[in-house]
Design a protein. Structure first.
Length: 454
Protein backbone atom coordinates (compact mmCIF):
# COMPACT_ATOMS: atom_id res chain seq x y z
CA UNK A 1 0.00 0.00 0.00
CA UNK A 2 2.81 2.42 0.87
CA UNK A 3 4.54 1.86 -2.47
CA UNK A 4 1.29 2.42 -4.34
CA UNK A 5 0.62 5.59 -2.36
CA UNK A 6 4.11 6.93 -2.99
CA UNK A 7 3.82 6.47 -6.72
CA UNK A 8 0.37 8.03 -6.71
CA UNK A 9 1.56 11.06 -4.78
CA UNK A 10 4.60 11.51 -6.98
CA UNK A 11 2.49 11.35 -10.11
CA UNK A 12 -0.08 13.69 -8.64
CA UNK A 13 2.53 16.28 -7.68
CA UNK A 14 4.23 16.10 -11.06
CA UNK A 15 0.91 16.54 -12.84
CA UNK A 16 0.06 19.44 -10.58
CA UNK A 17 3.29 21.24 -11.41
CA UNK A 18 2.79 20.77 -15.15
CA UNK A 19 -0.86 21.74 -15.31
CA UNK A 20 -1.03 24.16 -12.39
CA UNK A 21 -3.94 24.49 -9.98
CA UNK A 22 -6.54 27.24 -9.82
CA UNK A 23 -7.36 29.27 -6.74
CA UNK A 24 -5.04 31.16 -4.43
CA UNK A 25 -1.47 31.53 -5.67
CA UNK A 26 1.58 30.94 -3.51
CA UNK A 27 1.97 34.62 -2.69
CA UNK A 28 -1.32 34.55 -0.76
CA UNK A 29 -0.97 31.05 0.71
CA UNK A 30 -1.47 30.35 4.39
CA UNK A 31 1.47 30.98 6.70
CA UNK A 32 4.07 28.24 6.65
CA UNK A 33 3.89 27.77 2.86
CA UNK A 34 6.92 27.49 0.61
CA UNK A 35 7.75 29.34 -2.58
CA UNK A 36 7.04 27.77 -5.95
CA UNK A 37 10.74 27.00 -6.45
CA UNK A 38 10.93 25.30 -3.06
CA UNK A 39 7.78 23.33 -3.89
CA UNK A 40 9.30 22.21 -7.19
CA UNK A 41 12.47 21.15 -5.41
CA UNK A 42 10.52 19.19 -2.79
CA UNK A 43 8.43 17.57 -5.51
CA UNK A 44 11.48 16.50 -7.48
CA UNK A 45 13.08 15.08 -4.36
CA UNK A 46 9.97 13.12 -3.42
CA UNK A 47 9.50 11.85 -6.95
CA UNK A 48 13.09 10.69 -7.08
CA UNK A 49 12.82 8.98 -3.73
CA UNK A 50 9.36 7.55 -4.48
CA UNK A 51 8.76 7.23 -0.75
CA UNK A 52 5.76 8.92 0.83
CA UNK A 53 7.36 8.86 4.27
CA UNK A 54 9.96 11.32 2.95
CA UNK A 55 7.35 14.04 2.55
CA UNK A 56 8.09 17.01 4.76
CA UNK A 57 5.42 19.63 5.39
CA UNK A 58 3.45 21.54 8.00
CA UNK A 59 -0.26 21.29 7.23
CA UNK A 60 -3.48 22.29 8.93
CA UNK A 61 -6.66 20.26 9.39
CA UNK A 62 -9.93 21.95 10.28
CA UNK A 63 -12.68 19.52 11.24
CA UNK A 64 -16.34 19.92 11.98
CA UNK A 65 -17.65 17.90 14.98
CA UNK A 66 -18.16 14.58 13.23
CA UNK A 67 -18.37 12.12 16.09
CA UNK A 68 -15.05 11.95 17.91
CA UNK A 69 -13.30 13.78 15.09
CA UNK A 70 -14.32 16.77 17.17
CA UNK A 71 -12.56 15.33 20.24
CA UNK A 72 -8.90 16.30 20.53
CA UNK A 73 -7.85 13.19 22.45
CA UNK A 74 -9.27 10.88 19.78
CA UNK A 75 -7.82 12.95 16.94
CA UNK A 76 -4.37 13.04 18.51
CA UNK A 77 -4.38 9.23 18.65
CA UNK A 78 -5.09 9.14 14.92
CA UNK A 79 -2.39 11.71 14.25
CA UNK A 80 0.10 9.64 16.22
CA UNK A 81 -0.63 6.70 13.92
CA UNK A 82 -0.22 8.95 10.89
CA UNK A 83 3.09 10.34 12.12
CA UNK A 84 4.41 6.83 12.67
CA UNK A 85 4.16 6.46 8.89
CA UNK A 86 4.87 10.08 7.98
CA UNK A 87 7.15 11.47 10.69
CA UNK A 88 8.00 14.60 8.72
CA UNK A 89 4.45 15.83 8.19
CA UNK A 90 3.21 17.99 11.06
CA UNK A 91 -0.57 18.36 11.31
CA UNK A 92 -2.12 21.12 13.40
CA UNK A 93 -5.84 20.83 14.11
CA UNK A 94 -8.61 23.39 14.51
CA UNK A 95 -12.00 22.21 15.80
CA UNK A 96 -15.06 23.87 14.27
CA UNK A 97 -18.73 23.78 15.20
CA UNK A 98 -21.85 24.27 13.12
CA UNK A 99 -22.68 27.61 14.70
CA UNK A 100 -19.78 29.67 13.38
CA UNK A 101 -17.51 27.15 11.63
CA UNK A 102 -18.50 28.35 8.16
CA UNK A 103 -17.71 31.93 9.12
CA UNK A 104 -14.27 30.87 10.36
CA UNK A 105 -13.48 29.06 7.12
CA UNK A 106 -14.80 31.85 4.91
CA UNK A 107 -12.84 34.45 6.87
CA UNK A 108 -9.69 32.37 6.45
CA UNK A 109 -10.34 32.08 2.71
CA UNK A 110 -10.79 35.82 2.35
CA UNK A 111 -7.55 36.38 4.26
CA UNK A 112 -5.57 33.96 2.08
CA UNK A 113 -5.09 31.61 5.01
CA UNK A 114 -7.46 28.72 4.29
CA UNK A 115 -6.63 25.42 6.01
CA UNK A 116 -4.96 22.73 3.95
CA UNK A 117 -7.50 20.07 4.91
CA UNK A 118 -11.11 20.35 5.98
CA UNK A 119 -13.34 17.49 7.13
CA UNK A 120 -17.02 17.85 6.26
CA UNK A 121 -19.63 16.82 3.72
CA UNK A 122 -20.35 17.45 0.02
CA UNK A 123 -22.64 20.43 0.70
CA UNK A 124 -19.60 22.45 1.72
CA UNK A 125 -16.67 20.73 0.02
CA UNK A 126 -18.27 20.12 -3.38
CA UNK A 127 -21.29 22.39 -3.80
CA UNK A 128 -19.83 25.40 -2.01
CA UNK A 129 -16.04 25.75 -1.91
CA UNK A 130 -15.42 23.30 -4.73
CA UNK A 131 -17.92 25.04 -7.00
CA UNK A 132 -16.10 28.32 -6.31
CA UNK A 133 -12.82 26.88 -7.58
CA UNK A 134 -11.15 26.85 -4.16
CA UNK A 135 -10.49 23.13 -3.80
CA UNK A 136 -7.98 20.69 -5.23
CA UNK A 137 -9.29 18.01 -7.58
CA UNK A 138 -8.68 14.68 -5.78
CA UNK A 139 -9.30 12.48 -8.83
CA UNK A 140 -5.89 10.83 -8.46
CA UNK A 141 -7.02 9.31 -5.16
CA UNK A 142 -10.10 7.82 -6.79
CA UNK A 143 -8.57 4.70 -8.33
CA UNK A 144 -10.80 2.17 -10.06
CA UNK A 145 -10.21 -0.14 -7.11
CA UNK A 146 -11.49 2.50 -4.67
CA UNK A 147 -14.49 3.37 -6.83
CA UNK A 148 -15.50 -0.29 -6.91
CA UNK A 149 -15.38 -0.45 -3.11
CA UNK A 150 -17.24 2.79 -2.33
CA UNK A 151 -21.02 3.19 -2.29
CA UNK A 152 -22.04 4.60 -5.72
CA UNK A 153 -24.27 7.26 -4.15
CA UNK A 154 -21.31 8.43 -2.09
CA UNK A 155 -19.01 8.61 -5.11
CA UNK A 156 -21.54 10.63 -7.08
CA UNK A 157 -21.86 13.14 -4.24
CA UNK A 158 -18.11 13.72 -4.05
CA UNK A 159 -17.70 15.15 -7.56
CA UNK A 160 -19.17 18.11 -9.39
CA UNK A 161 -20.75 18.23 -12.82
CA UNK A 162 -17.32 18.63 -14.46
CA UNK A 163 -16.20 15.30 -13.01
CA UNK A 164 -13.73 16.82 -10.54
CA UNK A 165 -13.65 15.14 -7.12
CA UNK A 166 -13.52 17.72 -4.35
CA UNK A 167 -14.07 15.25 -1.53
CA UNK A 168 -12.63 11.90 -0.56
CA UNK A 169 -15.08 10.19 1.83
CA UNK A 170 -14.38 8.40 5.09
CA UNK A 171 -17.75 7.65 6.65
CA UNK A 172 -21.48 7.83 6.15
CA UNK A 173 -24.82 7.13 7.73
CA UNK A 174 -28.39 6.72 6.56
CA UNK A 175 -31.31 8.54 8.14
CA UNK A 176 -34.43 6.48 8.75
CA UNK A 177 -37.68 6.38 10.71
CA UNK A 178 -38.65 4.49 13.84
CA UNK A 179 -41.70 2.80 15.32
CA UNK A 180 -42.81 2.00 18.84
CA UNK A 181 -42.53 -1.76 18.48
CA UNK A 182 -44.43 -2.43 21.70
CA UNK A 183 -47.41 -0.34 20.58
CA UNK A 184 -47.35 -1.91 17.11
CA UNK A 185 -47.28 -5.38 18.62
CA UNK A 186 -50.30 -4.66 20.84
CA UNK A 187 -52.14 -3.33 17.79
CA UNK A 188 -51.25 -6.48 15.78
CA UNK A 189 -49.47 -4.21 13.31
CA UNK A 190 -46.08 -5.95 13.25
CA UNK A 191 -47.47 -8.25 10.57
CA UNK A 192 -47.07 -5.36 8.15
CA UNK A 193 -43.34 -4.93 8.73
CA UNK A 194 -40.29 -6.85 7.56
CA UNK A 195 -38.25 -6.44 10.74
CA UNK A 196 -35.44 -8.61 9.42
CA UNK A 197 -34.67 -6.15 6.62
CA UNK A 198 -36.28 -3.10 8.25
CA UNK A 199 -38.53 -2.49 5.24
CA UNK A 200 -42.25 -2.28 4.46
CA UNK A 201 -44.46 -1.39 1.54
CA UNK A 202 -46.58 1.72 1.27
CA UNK A 203 -49.74 -0.35 1.41
CA UNK A 204 -48.58 -2.09 4.59
CA UNK A 205 -47.53 1.23 6.11
CA UNK A 206 -51.06 2.55 5.67
CA UNK A 207 -52.52 -0.67 7.10
CA UNK A 208 -50.20 -0.40 10.10
CA UNK A 209 -51.20 3.22 10.72
CA UNK A 210 -54.87 2.23 10.61
CA UNK A 211 -54.31 -0.65 13.04
CA UNK A 212 -52.36 1.47 15.53
CA UNK A 213 -54.95 4.25 15.30
CA UNK A 214 -57.75 1.73 15.92
CA UNK A 215 -55.90 0.40 18.96
CA UNK A 216 -56.31 3.75 20.72
CA UNK A 217 -53.21 5.72 19.66
CA UNK A 218 -54.62 9.18 18.97
CA UNK A 219 -51.78 10.39 16.72
CA UNK A 220 -49.69 7.71 15.06
CA UNK A 221 -47.22 10.05 13.35
CA UNK A 222 -46.72 13.71 12.48
CA UNK A 223 -45.42 15.43 9.36
CA UNK A 224 -43.59 18.14 11.28
CA UNK A 225 -43.16 21.48 9.51
CA UNK A 226 -42.29 24.15 12.05
CA UNK A 227 -38.95 24.74 10.33
CA UNK A 228 -36.19 22.90 8.50
CA UNK A 229 -34.89 20.91 11.49
CA UNK A 230 -35.00 17.20 10.67
CA UNK A 231 -36.53 17.80 7.24
CA UNK A 232 -34.55 14.91 5.77
CA UNK A 233 -37.25 12.75 7.39
CA UNK A 234 -40.25 14.41 5.76
CA UNK A 235 -38.48 14.61 2.41
CA UNK A 236 -37.64 10.90 2.48
CA UNK A 237 -41.15 9.98 3.61
CA UNK A 238 -42.77 11.82 0.71
CA UNK A 239 -40.27 10.69 -1.94
CA UNK A 240 -40.36 7.04 -0.95
CA UNK A 241 -44.11 6.45 -0.71
CA UNK A 242 -44.66 6.31 -4.47
CA UNK A 243 -41.17 6.58 -5.91
CA UNK A 244 -40.86 10.34 -6.35
CA UNK A 245 -37.62 12.30 -6.41
CA UNK A 246 -36.54 15.59 -4.89
CA UNK A 247 -34.24 16.67 -7.73
CA UNK A 248 -33.23 15.51 -11.16
CA UNK A 249 -30.37 13.05 -11.49
CA UNK A 250 -27.95 15.74 -12.64
CA UNK A 251 -28.69 17.84 -9.54
CA UNK A 252 -29.65 20.91 -11.54
CA UNK A 253 -33.34 21.38 -10.64
CA UNK A 254 -36.03 20.37 -8.15
CA UNK A 255 -38.61 17.78 -9.19
CA UNK A 256 -40.96 17.68 -6.22
CA UNK A 257 -43.92 18.54 -8.46
CA UNK A 258 -44.07 15.02 -9.92
CA UNK A 259 -47.34 13.04 -9.86
CA UNK A 260 -45.71 10.56 -7.45
CA UNK A 261 -44.92 13.23 -4.87
CA UNK A 262 -48.31 14.90 -5.21
CA UNK A 263 -49.96 11.53 -4.62
CA UNK A 264 -47.77 10.92 -1.57
CA UNK A 265 -48.64 14.28 0.00
CA UNK A 266 -52.34 13.81 -0.73
CA UNK A 267 -52.21 10.35 0.83
CA UNK A 268 -50.51 11.60 4.00
CA UNK A 269 -52.96 14.50 4.34
CA UNK A 270 -55.96 12.18 4.07
CA UNK A 271 -54.67 9.35 6.29
CA UNK A 272 -56.39 9.16 9.66
CA UNK A 273 -53.67 8.98 12.32
CA UNK A 274 -51.15 11.11 10.40
CA UNK A 275 -51.20 14.86 11.08
CA UNK A 276 -49.33 17.84 9.65
CA UNK A 277 -47.95 19.79 12.61
CA UNK A 278 -46.61 23.32 11.95
CA UNK A 279 -45.70 23.74 15.60
CA UNK A 280 -42.81 21.25 15.78
CA UNK A 281 -39.55 20.33 14.06
CA UNK A 282 -37.66 17.04 13.99
CA UNK A 283 -36.18 17.33 17.48
CA UNK A 284 -39.64 17.97 18.94
CA UNK A 285 -41.05 14.98 17.09
CA UNK A 286 -38.36 12.76 18.57
CA UNK A 287 -39.20 14.00 22.08
CA UNK A 288 -42.90 13.32 21.52
CA UNK A 289 -42.14 9.89 20.08
CA UNK A 290 -40.07 9.02 23.12
CA UNK A 291 -42.78 10.18 25.53
CA UNK A 292 -45.50 8.19 23.76
CA UNK A 293 -47.39 11.03 22.05
CA UNK A 294 -46.53 9.50 18.66
CA UNK A 295 -46.11 5.83 17.76
CA UNK A 296 -43.64 6.55 14.98
CA UNK A 297 -40.94 9.08 14.20
CA UNK A 298 -39.83 10.19 10.76
CA UNK A 299 -36.66 11.85 12.06
CA UNK A 300 -34.39 9.03 13.26
CA UNK A 301 -30.81 7.83 12.94
CA UNK A 302 -28.19 5.68 14.62
CA UNK A 303 -27.47 8.41 17.16
CA UNK A 304 -31.07 8.36 18.35
CA UNK A 305 -31.19 4.56 18.38
CA UNK A 306 -28.17 4.36 20.70
CA UNK A 307 -29.13 7.33 22.91
CA UNK A 308 -29.81 6.46 26.54
CA UNK A 309 -30.55 9.77 28.25
CA UNK A 310 -34.16 8.98 29.21
CA UNK A 311 -33.96 5.18 29.29
CA UNK A 312 -31.85 2.31 28.02
CA UNK A 313 -30.78 2.63 24.39
CA UNK A 314 -33.52 1.43 22.06
CA UNK A 315 -36.42 2.14 24.45
CA UNK A 316 -38.88 4.97 24.96
CA UNK A 317 -39.21 6.88 28.22
CA UNK A 318 -41.68 4.33 29.63
CA UNK A 319 -39.76 1.29 28.42
CA UNK A 320 -41.44 0.50 25.09
CA UNK A 321 -39.10 -1.04 22.54
CA UNK A 322 -38.04 1.04 19.52
CA UNK A 323 -37.44 -0.50 16.09
CA UNK A 324 -35.79 1.51 13.32
CA UNK A 325 -37.22 1.18 9.82
CA UNK A 326 -36.53 2.30 6.29
CA UNK A 327 -39.26 4.48 4.82
CA UNK A 328 -42.17 2.62 3.19
CA UNK A 329 -42.07 2.32 -0.58
CA UNK A 330 -44.46 1.26 -3.30
CA UNK A 331 -41.61 -0.52 -5.09
CA UNK A 332 -40.01 -2.22 -2.09
CA UNK A 333 -36.73 -0.40 -2.85
CA UNK A 334 -36.24 2.34 -0.24
CA UNK A 335 -34.00 5.34 -0.92
CA UNK A 336 -32.74 6.88 2.30
CA UNK A 337 -31.28 10.33 2.82
CA UNK A 338 -27.82 10.13 4.28
CA UNK A 339 -24.86 11.91 5.70
CA UNK A 340 -21.43 11.71 4.07
CA UNK A 341 -18.24 13.02 5.63
CA UNK A 342 -14.69 13.09 4.36
CA UNK A 343 -11.82 15.35 3.43
CA UNK A 344 -11.22 18.14 0.98
CA UNK A 345 -8.02 20.06 0.24
CA UNK A 346 -7.96 23.81 -0.23
CA UNK A 347 -5.70 24.96 -3.06
CA UNK A 348 -3.26 27.14 -1.18
CA UNK A 349 -0.76 27.18 -4.04
CA UNK A 350 1.81 24.92 -2.36
CA UNK A 351 2.24 21.60 -4.15
CA UNK A 352 4.23 20.10 -1.29
CA UNK A 353 1.46 20.77 1.24
CA UNK A 354 -1.11 19.48 -1.23
CA UNK A 355 0.88 16.26 -1.57
CA UNK A 356 1.14 15.95 2.23
CA UNK A 357 -2.61 16.57 2.54
CA UNK A 358 -3.31 13.83 0.01
CA UNK A 359 -1.03 11.50 1.97
CA UNK A 360 -3.09 12.25 5.07
CA UNK A 361 -6.35 11.50 3.27
CA UNK A 362 -5.02 8.28 1.78
CA UNK A 363 -3.75 7.12 5.16
CA UNK A 364 -7.02 7.80 6.97
CA UNK A 365 -9.29 6.48 4.22
CA UNK A 366 -7.31 3.72 2.43
CA UNK A 367 -4.94 2.08 4.88
CA UNK A 368 -4.91 -0.47 7.68
CA UNK A 369 -5.82 2.40 10.02
CA UNK A 370 -9.04 3.27 8.18
CA UNK A 371 -11.25 1.17 10.47
CA UNK A 372 -10.00 3.14 13.46
CA UNK A 373 -10.58 6.44 11.67
CA UNK A 374 -14.13 5.42 10.74
CA UNK A 375 -14.96 4.27 14.25
CA UNK A 376 -13.78 7.62 15.57
CA UNK A 377 -16.58 9.19 13.53
CA UNK A 378 -19.16 6.92 15.27
CA UNK A 379 -20.67 6.30 11.82
CA UNK A 380 -20.23 3.68 9.10
CA UNK A 381 -17.60 3.12 6.44
CA UNK A 382 -18.30 4.15 2.86
CA UNK A 383 -16.50 0.99 1.77
CA UNK A 384 -18.19 -2.33 1.10
CA UNK A 385 -15.03 -4.07 2.30
CA UNK A 386 -15.63 -2.62 5.78
CA UNK A 387 -19.32 -3.45 6.04
CA UNK A 388 -18.54 -5.79 8.96
CA UNK A 389 -16.73 -3.08 10.90
CA UNK A 390 -19.17 -3.34 13.81
CA UNK A 391 -19.59 -7.10 13.85
CA UNK A 392 -19.04 -7.08 17.62
CA UNK A 393 -21.74 -4.42 18.22
CA UNK A 394 -25.27 -5.80 17.83
CA UNK A 395 -27.02 -2.45 17.32
CA UNK A 396 -24.46 -0.97 14.95
CA UNK A 397 -24.26 -4.23 13.02
CA UNK A 398 -28.04 -4.33 12.63
CA UNK A 399 -28.18 -0.69 11.56
CA UNK A 400 -25.53 -1.47 8.94
CA UNK A 401 -28.34 -3.20 7.03
CA UNK A 402 -29.68 0.23 6.11
CA UNK A 403 -26.51 1.38 4.38
CA UNK A 404 -27.29 -0.30 1.02
CA UNK A 405 -30.54 1.71 0.98
CA UNK A 406 -28.66 5.02 0.81
CA UNK A 407 -30.24 7.00 -2.01
CA UNK A 408 -29.18 9.93 -4.15
CA UNK A 409 -27.30 12.60 -2.23
CA UNK A 410 -29.12 15.54 -3.77
CA UNK A 411 -28.20 18.14 -1.14
CA UNK A 412 -25.58 19.53 -3.53
CA UNK A 413 -28.18 21.14 -5.82
CA UNK A 414 -27.86 24.94 -6.19
CA UNK A 415 -30.36 26.93 -4.14
CA UNK A 416 -30.38 24.33 -1.40
CA UNK A 417 -30.87 26.78 1.50
CA UNK A 418 -33.84 28.41 -0.20
CA UNK A 419 -35.33 25.02 -1.10
CA UNK A 420 -35.26 23.87 2.52
CA UNK A 421 -37.22 26.92 3.62
CA UNK A 422 -39.68 26.52 0.74
CA UNK A 423 -40.20 22.87 1.73
CA UNK A 424 -41.53 23.46 5.22
CA UNK A 425 -43.52 26.45 4.01
CA UNK A 426 -45.17 24.14 1.46
CA UNK A 427 -46.03 21.59 4.14
CA UNK A 428 -47.58 24.35 6.23
CA UNK A 429 -49.69 25.42 3.27
CA UNK A 430 -50.95 21.86 2.84
CA UNK A 431 -51.76 21.74 6.54
CA UNK A 432 -53.80 24.94 6.14
CA UNK A 433 -55.89 23.37 3.40
CA UNK A 434 -54.10 24.51 0.25
CA UNK A 435 -54.46 22.37 -2.85
CA UNK A 436 -51.51 19.98 -2.84
CA UNK A 437 -50.66 20.32 -6.52
CA UNK A 438 -50.76 24.11 -6.28
CA UNK A 439 -48.55 24.17 -3.17
CA UNK A 440 -46.03 21.81 -4.74
CA UNK A 441 -45.89 23.86 -7.94
CA UNK A 442 -45.20 26.97 -5.86
CA UNK A 443 -42.41 25.12 -4.06
CA UNK A 444 -40.71 24.16 -7.32
CA UNK A 445 -41.06 27.67 -8.72
CA UNK A 446 -39.34 29.13 -5.66
CA UNK A 447 -36.65 26.45 -5.36
CA UNK A 448 -35.79 26.37 -9.05
CA UNK A 449 -35.55 30.13 -9.18
CA UNK A 450 -32.97 29.93 -6.39
CA UNK A 451 -31.16 27.16 -8.29
CA UNK A 452 -31.11 29.16 -11.49
CA UNK A 453 -33.00 26.37 -13.23
CA UNK A 454 -35.38 27.06 -16.09
Amino acid sequence: MKKQLSLLLAAGMAAGLLAGCGGTDSSSAASGGTSSSEAASATAETTAGAAGSDLTADITLWTYPIGNWGNDEAVQELLADFNAAYPNISVSVEYLDYTNGDDQVNTAIEGGAAPDLVMEGPERLVANWGAKGLMVDLSDLWTEEQKADINPSVEAACKDTSGAYYEYPLCMTAHCMAINKTVFEKADALQYLDLENHTWTTDNFLKAVAAVKASGQDTVGAVFCGGQGGDQGTRALVNNLYGGTFTDEAHTKYTVDSPENIKALETLKSTDGIVFDPGIVGADEITMFRNGTFAMAFCWNIGEQTKHETNEAGFTNNGDEIAFMAFPTDSGDPKLCGGIWGFGVFDNGDENRIAASKAFIDFMCNSDETAKAVKASTYFSVKTSLSDLYADDAVMSEYQKLMPYLGDYYQVVPGWAEARTAWWNMLQQINSGADVATAVTEFCTTANAAAGAA
